[in-house]
Design a protein around this ligand. Structure first.
Ligand code: PMP
Length: 428
């Protein structure tokens, strides 16, 4: 039964049982309407209310300022790898057009020529690579931008600010000191990108990177963060970001919906396709175009209203559990749960080897090795026999991964803690 299983999967991930039970009812007969939430029109008043309520809950949980828009999108975290590039490059190009216009007046041809040359000479996208997901995002950027190189005349557009593997024997597990980062100047950089929590490698930024803080109004470095796997697990100063995004299927709800929090001035700067085409840049595909999605209140096309409703229920349950503490309340719980596990691992270094360095250990995805392959297999089998599931590390890195998302209860975590202690005792 559900009560017997303790699940620690990395995503899809556990959800609060009351939300699922309520969801089961809503899936058949939503609020006694006689219809399933999966059947109603995404343009119905009910769907609109669900969208609005979910936004309100998110604004409240994260104290999102008025100058930000919340979008519900398709395509998951991976879809946003592409969306970030399409939209942010378009924004950078539009800013260059405005600068050229100020300088050159109304001569269209000269302006176009200047922007084309700016793209060739100075467009840069800064990626801070600290794990598999930021690496993938940077690779997607390089692929999308390749045609803009115009037959190799331009340099690489993607600037790898740092590749953490270079500082950690070829493996992820560390965030290199910021003094070693090679940032592009804010004017050249279309954005600086990082992944707040690397799900595969168990690396989490302890705080907002210092060198991404804008020094003054002139220096508006646009920061984009992937928070797919630590969304709603700690306080975030949204005002520091141009864009925050995350797929829902870990801390927010079920898969199918991606949340994007984007500054409104970014939306207003995404230019028309005709200008972008004139300078040889693609226009963002409508389905990934943040401005199109915002103008249509996230209903440009058919959205999974059931998934958005689930996300809203999860948010409302966080609000009712933590009251005024909001997401800080959840942060305290997440930290306490992670501490219990790391303490046991630290106490048994001959049995458990934690993958990331101590100062960047993820609270959400606790990655460690438990000896050789046979011992790890034994660990996983032993866990299964106690109904502790979803502990196998990502196929690309192996090892063990405990995902400690918001809906993992303290009771289930304690069961796992007991198993970790028992296993260590047997192996010591
Ligand atoms: N970013 C992070 C941090 C992730 O953990 C994942 C998926 N596990 C992704 C992006 C990709 O998300 P999706 O599967 O929704 O495309």
């Amino acid at each position: 039964s559900r009560e017997e299983v303790a699940y620690f999967g990395a995503g899809p991930a556990p959800l609060p049982t009351p939300v699922l039970e309520e969801g089961a009812r809503a899936f058949v007969n939503f609020e006694d309407s006689g219809l399933s939430l999966a059947e109603i029109s995404h343009r119905s008043p009910t769907a609109n209310k669900i969208l609005a309520n979910t936004k309100t809950a998110l604004v409240s949980l994260l104290d999102i300022p008025d100058n930000y828009e919340i979008l519900f999108m398709h395509g998951g975290g991976s879809g946003e790898f592409s969306a970030v590039v399409y939209n942010m490059v378009a924004v950078w190009v539009e800013k260059r057009r405005r600068l050229a216009e100020n300088e050159l007046g109304s001569d269209e041809e000269k302006i176009l020529e200047r922007v084309r040359s700016d793209i060739r000479e100075s467009l840069r996208l800064d990626y801070i690579v600290t794990g598999s997901w930021s690496l993938k995002a940077s690779q997607e950027a390089a692929t999308l931008l390749e045609p803009l190189k115009n037959g190799g005349k331009a340099k690489n557009f993607v600037n790898i600010v740092t590749d953490a593997r270079e500082w950690n024997e070829g493996k992820f597990g560390k965030i290199p000191h910021e003094d070693m980062w090679k940032m592009t100047s804010p004017e050249g950089s279309a954005f600086a990108y990082y992944c707040d929590n690397e799900t595969v490698d168990g690396v989490e930024f302890p705080s907002f990177p210092k060198c991404l803080v804008s020094k003054d109004d002139e220096d508006d470095r646009l920061v984009v963060a992937d928070m797919s796997s630590n969304f709603l697990s700690r306080r975030v100063d949204v005002s520091k970001y141009a864009v925050i995004y995350g797929g829902a299927q870990k801390n927010i709800g079920i898969t199918d919906v991606t949340l994007v929090i984007v500054r409104k001035d970014i939306l207003a700067t995404i230019p028309s396709p005709s200008f972008l085409h004139a300078v040889g840049v693609w226009s963002p595909p409508a389905i990934l175009n943040w401005s199109v999605i915002a103008k249509n209140n996230s209903l440009y096309n058919t959205m999974p209203i059931f998934s958005i409703w689930i996300a809203g229920q999860v948010m409302r349950s966080l609000l009712s559990t933590h009251g005024d503490a909001k997401v800080s309340g959840q942060e305290a719980v997440a930290n306490a749960k992670a501490k219990i596990i790391y303490r046991i691992l630290d106490e048994n270094p001959s049995v458990y080897q934690i993958v990331p360095h101590k100062d960047v250990r993820s609270r959400m995805n606790i990655c460690f090795r438990a000896g050789d392959a046979a011992t790890e297999k034994g660990f996983l089998e032993g866990a299964e026999s106690r109904m502790l599931q979803g502990l196998k590390g990502h196929r690309s890195v192996g090892g063990i991964r405990i995902s400690n998302y918001n809906a993992v209860s303290m009771a289930n975590l304690q069961k796992l803690a007991e198993y970790l202690k028992d296993f260590a005792q047997r192996k010591r």
